[in-house]
Design a protein around this ligand. Structure first.
Ligand code: SF4
Length: 257
């Protein structure tokens, strides 16, 4: 079986505990306004035209065995730092069969596995995938379904259902919350979010990912519509205040991945 990967990052330190290798699987069913990797959203290998760099191929076909060779290179670093492998994307679960085959092989080799996921997939598939994963980095973008649809293109119903499944089965989950001014940083939304996460129990860790404009140039280069025009990065104070708010609500909070 083969899958499509669009990047492999060695020595990653923001994608879960310790030193990790992050494997980026191509394709995502969401289309978030603030996406930093818009070139990753389409499933399959793409040939994109960049304004100044010419044409680039995004993604390549690979196998679980080839990925194993790659990740074995850094095994000593994972062992020294309690690190491992992180599957990210895109949305890795979109290639569920390939993800499961790879994760199963990696588990046989005793790697610690993280899944960075939106949780947007059929519960049956999500539950099957979850048996191979040690830690979920679960992206939660908006609790209000209408706003979720507006800003990401999809409903959050499956997402919440899958998150609740992880909690029920006592999986380790870190929430990743992208903090975006005027989109999800309103006081009432933060309050609802804290209340919801408290009600789930077993969720202790929130990582705030402040929106930044780093991908703006990419949108221009690719001639993609950038819906974030006019939306500012949160200030340092806004980020700190949000951190303080979640801490007051009883969570361990970190800024960044
Ligand atoms: S879920 Fe992540 S990869 Fe998918 S569109 Fe949103 S930001 Fe981009």
């Amino acid at each position: 079986m083969t899958g499509i990967v669009f990047d492999i990052k060695r020595f990653a330190i923001h994608d879960g505990p310790g030193i990790r290798t992050s494997i980026f699987l191509k394709g995502c069913p969401l289309s978030c306004w603030w996406c930093h990797n818009p070139e990753s959203q389409k499933k399959g290998i793409e040939h994109l035209r960049f304004k100044f760099k010419g044409s680039l191929s995004i993604g390549w076909e690979t196998t679980a065995e080839e990925l194993l060779i790659e990740v074995e290179k850094d095994r000593p670093f994972y062992e020294q730092s309690n690190g491992g492998i992180t599957f990210t994307g895109g949305e890795p679960v979109l290639q569920a069969k390939f993800l499961m085959e790879t994760a199963k092989l990696f588990k046989q080799k005793n790697f610690h596995l993280c899944l960075d996921t939106t949780g947007y997939t059929a519960p049956k598939i999500f539950q099957e995938v979850s048996q191979y994963i040690d830690l979920f980095l679960f992206d939660l973008k908006h609790l209000d379904d209408d706003y979720h649809k507006k800003y990401t293109g999809v409903s959050n119903k499956l997402i919440l259902k899958n998150l609740e499944y992880l909690v029920e089965t006592k999986k380790e989950v870190h929430i990743r919350f992208p903090l975006i001014p005027n989109i999800n940083d309103q006081a009432n939304h933060l309050e609802n979010l804290a209340e919801y996460l408290s009600s789930l129990k077993y969720i202790n860790n929130i990582f705030i990912l402040p929106y930044h404009k780093i991908a703006q140039g990419k949108y221009e280069q690719l001639n993609f519509e950038n819906k974030m025009n006019g939306i500012q990065e949160p200030t340092k104070d806004e980020v700190e205040n949000t951190k303080f708010f979640f801490e007051k609500s009883g969570f361990n909070v970190k800024i960044g991945g």
